[in-house]
Design a binder for this molecule. Structure first.
Ligand code: GAR
Length: 206
């Protein structure tokens, strides 16, 4: 069986990348393989995690001229079938998405449509949730389109807010209970769908 070749985009520690690597190693991502990690800055934890797992990693600084061209070239060179933004802080343009013409997923640390969109990333999301006083938050995996956090939702998981939470304790609970669970699940769902399409009608009817 062919496996969808996945590129994971990261800007930070890479715990969501690690959840994907662990899922693949545990056999929970049978339709996909993590074939490339794209980091938008050097020295981040995600690169170290990729290297430890034997996955090629490229650094393409986001502020550099021609960033999207370079990313597209890396995706093509590595025969990538789908992308996953796992703690990636950049916004991909409509032109990029049209030219890549493959599914791109994003993990966001809230229940969209709450606490999302431009400016909502990392701890800021959890601070906004605590300031608002919500008692339940969570994480969302969605398709990426030209609207920040605006694409169709694939999976969501709710997480309780505790009375004494800080943004950091809430972030950790959302990661453990939601992000690291639903991101590999969503990756497998989309990879399986890609393989079904690639297999064509004969396999679909089998
Ligand atoms: C994660 O909580 C992810 O959901 C969030 O950044 C963190 C990255 O952690 N992403 C966003 O806020 C995107 N808007 P990681 O590098 O350890 O996976």
């Amino acid at each position: 069986m062919s496996r969808a070749r996945i590129a994971v985009f990261a800007s930070g520690g890479g715990t969501n990348l690690q959840a994907l690597i662990d899922a693949e190693q545990a056999g929970a991502l049978p339709d996909g393989t993590i074939a490339l990690v794209i980091a938008d800055k050097p020295g981040i934890g995600a690169i170290e995690r990729a290297e430890r797992a034997g996955i090629p990693a490229v650094v393409i600084p986001r502020k550099e001229e021609g960033f999207e061209e370079k990313v597209l070239a890396a995706l093509r060179e590595n025969d990538i079938d789908m992308g996953i933004l796992a703690g990636f802080l950049g916004i991909l343009s409509a032109d990029f998405l049209r030219r890549f013409d493959a599914p791109v997923l994003n993990i966001h640390p809230s229940l969209i449509p709450s606490f999302c969109g431009k400016g909502f990333y990392g701890l800021k999301v959890h601070k906004a949730a605590l300031d608002y006083g919500v008692k339940v938050t969570g994480a969302t995996v969605h398709y990426v389109n030209e609207i920040p956090d605006g694409g169709k939702i694939i999976l969501q998981k709710a997480v309780e807010v505790e009375p004494d939470d800080s943004p950091a304790t809430l972030q950790r609970r959302v990661m453990e209970q939601a992000e690291w669970v639903i991101l590999p699940q969503a990756a497998q769902m989309v990879a399986a769908e890609l393989n079904r399409k690639k297999g064509g009608p004969a396999q679909e009817n089998a």
